[in-house]
Unconditional design. Structure first.
Length: 619
């Protein structure tokens, strides 16, 4: 079977711009596809006919009338008969390999592009729901045809399928195929200006700090939503808000849009209910809709930094994009980007026992649970997008703040001592978190290879490639099939182990009371799998501190720290990279969250005028 995803070809090229169908005041579209999702094609690779459907079970649709369907079709319909059958059925039944609907079926001519089929006998939905779909017949030229257009957002009710050979019985295929049917259903009886509000989930913030909160508005009407009025209440503060939507919610039942507003600052730590109630849609009063979420207020909100682990090798011709991705991220964010690179099959291979499941190279994982691409991120369009994926992961709540200082223990620079202070935002009598460390080296090159190892030249499959047009890829696009003279950074050359250090943190922790741990790297152990030294310049070492949830193995916070010449320099350098010279320090806090008039001796928390926070040590 084949699912071909359209990443690089806009649907305008196929005539498939599925804007809102022209409807009367009481007719609207409904279904898993609203004209905006990224689409793919599905086919089994066999000569067989297809029956596909969605199941309308939403109780809000009872009493509404199904009048027809809108189908986006593959522009290349070679191998597909020129007609399709639209159907409605209470049950899905196959007789002699043929779909037998029990309500209505109508035939219409099809071509590449959008196809609208209206039923001759519309059907009013009952509490039993109804299946709505279509059938395609394939001819003798159909062996490689991929005729069914799908969207990549699986819901079990949104892709039922039967084929004459591969799927001989009706069944939900959404979960197994990872997609849903791209289909719009034309409904009559839908009122205009109808919506509900959907919680954006609980939110975490810090005392005396306002924070943006985002929730969803789901369209339940026949008109687009361009504005909403709502009320909110939090910690004794209530207010009404009018919001004009920069991106109106489509005139499609079930489409959603986002609304953001600033929730007020709260002076005391604790958990507070936030209630949001919808008042108006497009300036018109609506039936009540509301939700309640929790706002968790902490004395100190830890800074979240995700861990990106890249898997690469100089032999891997597709791996240069990861090389570029990490360098670009470092240019953008410096030490606020926590990236490490595991090499395979080259002089920088530290281990073959990776902490993630790596099916092939290149590969990348964020926080040891989220697989992605180290250059394109989650959007494989040939452009640098990993910054967007990384930023989304940084929105996760971090349970504790990390402060690490790393330094050489003596003049011989034979070992690195790492001292970490961990400050938890909340109490936890059953603490599941433990620490781990990774040592990375920058500045590695063939020129610095005293062991004269082979395989430093980077294999390059992007030579002459036109699908990676950004300037950051030019070195490889304009280069040959191998690239010489590269300098490799972020290279893993030591660690505390594949997993966490058991006992590095106590079993019970108290909010705002730092706990400390010390770990030492023996640099004599920073060897590749051929037992040669990896480190070439000890002034270019970094330590990555990991806070790991032992119940899941996921990294919940990370910190990249420079390795300093001695302990005094290490103390002075704590979080220097987080300071912003363009911002004026506005507020000072002690480690337990108390407001200070000026910095005090020891560790201080500084909040800048641009909203950033970092830590400094006053000696």
């Amino acid at each position: 079977m084949k699912i071909n995803t359209l990443h690089k070809i806009a649907f305008t090229a196929f005539g498939l711009v599925l804007g809102a169908v022209s409807v009367s005041a009481q007719e609207a579209t409904y279904g898993p596809y609203d004209g905006s999702q990224k689409l793919s094609y599905f086919g089994t690779g066999k000569k067989e006919n297809y029956d596909v459907a969605i199941h309308l079970t939403n109780s809000a649709l009872v009493g509404k009338t199904v009048k027809g369907i809108v189908i986006p079709m593959n522009s290349d319909i070679t191998g597909i008969d020129s007609t399709a059958v639209a159907f409605m059925s209470k049950t899905l039944t196959i007789k002699n390999k043929v779909n037998v609907p029990d309500i209505e079926s109508d035939t219409a001519s099809i071509s590449g592009g959008k196809v609208t089929i209206r039923f001759k006998q519309p059907y009013t939905i009952t509490s039993d729901g109804v299946y709505v779909g279509y059938s395609l017949s394939l001819n003798a030229k159909s062996t490689a045809v991929i005729p069914v257009v799908v969207a990549n957002n699986p819901d079990d009710d949104n892709l039922y399928m039967h084929t004459t050979s591969t799927y001989r019985k009706w069944g939900s295929r959404a979960s197994t195929l990872g997609c849903e049917l791209a289909l719009e259903v034309l409904l009559d009886g839908i009122e205009p200006d109808v919506a509900t509000v959907v919680s954006g989930g609980d939110v975490n913030t810090q005392i005396n700090l306002s924070k943006d909160y985002t929730f969803s508005v789901k369209n339940g009407g026949s008109t687009a939503i361009s504005s909403v009025d709502f009320s909110y209440s939090l910690a004794g503060v209530s207010n009404n808000v009018h919001a004009d939507l920069a991106d109106p919610v489509k005139a499609h039942v079930g489409s959603t849009g986002s609304v953001s507003f600033a929730i007020p600052a709260v002076a005391d730590a604790g958990t507070y209910p936030l209630t949001v109630s919808l008042l108006k849609v497009n300036g018109k009063d609506v039936d009540p809709s509301s939700f309640t979420s929790n706002v968790n207020v902490y004395k100190l909100l830890p800074t979240k930094r995700a861990l990106l682990e890249e898997y690469t090798g100089t032999w891997c011709g597709y791996c240069p994009r990861g090389f570029v991705g990490l360098e670009h991220m470092n240019e953008l964010y410096g030490n606020d980007f926590v990236g490490v690179s595991y090499h395979n099959g080259d002089p920088m291979e530290f281990t073959a026992d990776f902490p993630n499941n790596v099916p092939g190279f290149p590969d990348a994982w964020i926080d040891r649970y989220y697989e992605t691409d180290a250059y394109c991120g989650d959007n494989y369009d040939g452009h640098f997008n990993i910054d967007k994926t990384y930023a989304e992961c940084n929105k996760q709540f971090a349970p504790a703040d990390l402060v690490t200082r790393a330094y050489f223990t003596d003049a011989t620079q034979s070992s690195v001592e790492v001292k970490t202070s961990v400050t938890f935002a909340g109490d936890n009598s059953d603490n599941p978190y433990q620490l781990a460390y990774i040592l990375t080296a920058d500045g590695l090159s063939e020129a610095g290879d005293t062991a004269h190892q082979s395989s430093w030249d980077q294999s390059n499959y992007y030579s002459g490639e036109t699908t990676y047009p950004d300037d950051d890829m030019k070195e490889f696009v304009n280069g040959g099939s191998t690239i010489s003279g590269l300098t490799f950074n972020f290279v893993v050359c030591g660690w505390s182990g594949k997993s966490y250090i058991d006992g590095s943190l106590p079993s019970s922790v108290v909010a705002m009371q730092p706990v400390n741990y010390t770990y030492t790297f023996d640099l004599a152990q920073s060897l590749n799998t051929s037992r040669n030294a990896i480190i070439q310049d000890k002034s270019k070492l970094h330590v990555v501190t990991l806070l790991i949830d032992t119940t899941t193995g996921h990294v919940v916070n990370a910190l990249k720290s420079n390795v300093y010449s001695d302990e005094a320099a290490g103390i002075k350098g704590i979080d220097d990279a987080n300071a912003d010279a363009t911002a004026v320090a506005r507020e000072y806090y002690s480690i337990d969250g108390k407001r200070l008039c000026q910095p005090q001796k020891g560790l201080n928390i500084v909040r800048l005028s641009n909203g950033k926070t970092f830590k400094v040590v006053v000696k």
